[in-house]
Design a protein around this ligand. Structure first.
Ligand SMILES: Nc1ncnc2c1ncn2[C@@H]1O[C@H](COP(=O)(O)OP(=O)(O)OP(=O)(O)O)[C@@H](O)[C@H]1O
Ligand SMILES: [Mg+2]
Length: 511
């Protein structure tokens, strides 16, 4: 979970390099560099060797023994630990780096041998640098200092993208502006330097250049990178998806999109964070789930559906573990939109006095408040009264919207949209007005249903049957949700109008 104090930039190349340099100058016997990117650490050590004008001996299984900077390598087929020991014995103040170190997470023969070498390093003012992506046995770790080089931060990614674009500018058409570079750099969070290089090269070759329309291809790579978590599934919204109405929600999203994609620097200068997300409550069939997909499509971000209820398990500790894994996955694949549908169904588990439920909810709320990853959460709910009140506290959702039955203007938009798409006939103003009158109290999905019923008949019986009067007849037949379940709709509307912001500026239907 990325927190405020671990903001991007804390583990970047330059600060890690300064730290390691200081440890070497202080002749610290052990320096552990935790990083999954060996090549980047290697480059860092080369720069340090040059800047301090010192030799750093370096061993990896692939390269064998070499002196960083000089590029000389020699065969160390025999045990590399013997080489390290002999270098420390021969020359005081030697520095030796060991890449790809494995099997040092626990007490074993190898870790113990390393421990002996560290006693020797201490006597001869030697420094041993271990590069590893894994945990280190506590007795070894106690001998020295640890620093971590995480994946490139936003500034490094912008710089890498800049270098890439300059290198290919003359040979390929490159349409990306500085703003696009920043956006690409935001999208490529969580990738190693080599992965970024590979993704950029592949995108460049595939499209014979870098065009604005290629930006969204970068996001597709994200979901492939991390091992999947059962409670989270990627969702690909329909590219033709079009939400009618909800102008208030749409206008709010246009503004928040700018903040969501603002640079780290711009946010830092104003002590701001990206918007966390929204809770959409409201009448069924009016676009709660549909809007979650719309946001991902409009913001060109990957969409993940998070099924909170599948996190719960009867075994002690298992639910918490699954929740932690899911939240870590989300942080890793950010920036993204995460959609939790019908959040009340999963979260109401916690009010059964069930401790596991409470702890899992606690983890989720903590993440919602503390994580500063670029994740935009869209939760939907019908029955808000079933939700735990903690969820509504400040700092959790950016806004709670209420989606009502469509107003006249919204019904007009929906009727015109669906008729155009599925029936392919023109409607005159009189027909349209009649359909708007008849659809008082309809949800959007009631309108869609009526139109698509006719479209299905047209598919089997021919387009000739499609007439405005057939539409009018169909609309008269429909029993809308507001008539089918008036009590539920009244309850949802009472709550929503009182406690949430209207998603539509034109106001809901009077049904
Ligand atoms: N605002 C809208 N514009 C266009 N179509 C819509 C709109 N709202 C809903 N629809 C249509 O109705 C279908 C159902 O909508 P959606 O799944 O978003 O409803 P919901 O509010 O999530 O309802 P529920 O509470 O039943 O889950 C959508 O797939 C879409 O085809
Ligand atoms: Mg829904």
């Amino acid at each position: 979970m990325k927190k405020r104090f671990e903001a991007e930039g804390a583990g970047n190349f330059l600060s890690a390099k300064e730290e390691v340099k200081n440890y070497i100058c202080a002749r610290t016997p052990l320096v552990i560099i935790q990083s999954p990117e060996r090549e980047r650490v290697e480059r860092m050590l080369k720069e340090i060797a040059r800047e301090l004008s010192c030799d750093i001996f370096y061993y990896t299984d692939a390269k064998q023994l070499c002196k960083l900077g000089s590029g000389q390598s020699s065969n160390a087929d025999s045990d590399p630990l013997l080489h390290i020991a002999s270098i420390f014995k021969k020359t005081r103040n030697s520095t030796f780096a060991f890449g790809d170190v494995k099997r040092i997470g626990e007490d074993n023969i190898f870790s113990r041998e390393l421990l002996n070498i560290l006693y020797l390093a201490k006597e001869t003012s030697g420094t041993l640098i271990l590069i590893t992506a894994d945990a280190v046995w506590s007795r070894l770790a106690q001998f020295g200092m640890m620093t971590s080089l995480r994946y490139p931060d936003i500034d490094e990614r912008i710089a890498q993208l800049g270098r890439f674009v300059s290198a290919y500018k003359g040979r390929y058409p490159i349409e990306w502006t500085d703003e696009d570079l920043r956006r690409a750099a935001t999208l490529l969070r969580g990738f190693s330097e080599i992965q970024i290089e590979n993704i950029l090269s592949a995108t460049l070759i595939r499209n014979a250049g870098l065009y604005r329309s290629n930006l969204h291809e970068l996001t597709k790579q994200k979901s492939r990178l991390y091992g999947s978590v059962p409670s989270i599934r990627p969702v690909r919204p329909d590219p033709d998806l079009k939400v009618a109405g909800l102008d208030g929600l749409k206008a709010w999203l246009v503004e928040k999109k700018k903040v969501f994609f603002a640079s780290e620097e711009a946010l830092r200068q104003r002590d701001l964070h990206t918007p966390k997300g929204i809770l959409l409550a409201g009448v069924p069939g009016c676009g709660k789930s549909y809007s979650a997909k719309m946001i991902a499509k409009e913001w060109e971000l990957p969409l993940f559906r998070f099924d909170l209820d599948t996190v719960y398990d009867k075994w002690v500790g298992e639910s918490e573990k699954r929740m932690r894994e899911a939240l870590e996955f989300i942080d890793n694949v950010s920036p993204c939109v995460v959609w939790i549908d019908e959040i009340e169904k999963a979260l109401s588990v916690s009010d059964a006095g069930n401790d596991t439920g409470k702890r899992v909810l606690g983890l989720f709320l903590f993440w919602l408040q503390e994580s500063f990853s670029r994740v935009f959460l869209v939760a939907t709910a019908n029955d808000i009264s079933a939700l735990p009140p903690e969820l509504f506290r400040k700092g959790r959702f950016s806004e709670i919207f209420f989606i009502d039955l469509p107003s006249r203007a919204e019904r007009r938009e929906a009727v015109e949209q669906y008729v155009k798409r599925s029936l392919h006939i023109p409607l005159d103003e009189r027909d349209t007005e009649q359909l708007i009158d008849l659809s008082e109290g309809f949800s959007y999905s009631d309108i869609e249903y009526a139109v698509k019923e006719i479209a299905q008949t047209a598919l089997t019986d021919g387009q000739e049957i499609v007439t405005p009067s057939l539409l009018v007849e169909k609309f008269k037949e429909i029993v809308p949700i507001s008539k089918n379940n008036p009590d539920m709709v009244r309850r949802i509307r009472e709550w929503g109008r009182e406690r949430a912001v209207a998603a539509s500026k034109t106001g809901g239907s009077e049904a």
